[in-house]
Design a protein around this ligand. Structure first.
Ligand SMILES: [Zn+2]
Ligand SMILES: [Zn+2]
Length: 143
């Protein structure tokens, strides 16, 4: 479990100034993997008090650009964020309620699918999203 000083170190390592909004956003994304911007804003506000939407958007953008957090946006969903950035993991998304869970990459590194024809491109990533129904939604349908 990372401590506040771990988050400070992460910011320094990517040459970002340590500010309380940045620390609060990093902690919120860490504690709530795949949270959307609105949920992150409410967690940050619960911890810091008044913080503008724009401030949180700006921090999310800076942290994403610096590689400390990863932005994912399944089709039809709003952007979500996570601090699990160091691997090539994938996501399974519920078509009904938008629940998201991590799925470890079977191969372990990108690109984990070989294109049948690369058209001469140097391919460095295959984006894999698994779609289906989460256990709750499956139960709701079968009953
Ligand atoms: Zn569901
Ligand atoms: Zn994830």
């Amino acid at each position: 479990m990372p401590t506040p000083s771990d988050f400070e170190r992460m910011l320094r390592e990517v040459a970002l100034r340590v500010t309380s909004p940045r620390l609060a956003v990093l902690a919120a994304v860490h504690d709530h993997p795949h949270a959307d911007t609105e949920s992150i804003i409410s967690v940050v506000r619960a911890n810091l008090g008044a913080v503008s939407h724009q401030a949180v958007y700006d921090v999310l953008k800076a942290l994403t650009t610096a590689g400390l957090i990863r932005r994912i946006q399944p089709q039809g969903s709003v952007a979500r964020y996570e601090t699990r950035v160091a691997d090539n993991h994938h996501h399974v998304v519920c078509r009904s309620c938008d629940a998201i869970a991590d799925v470890d990459c079977v191969v372990g590194h990108a690109p984990c699918l070989t294109a049948s024809d690369d058209h001469g491109f140097t391919i460095d990533e295959a984006e894999v999203v698994y779609w289906g129904l989460c256990p709750d939604c499956s139960d709701a349908r079968s009953s």
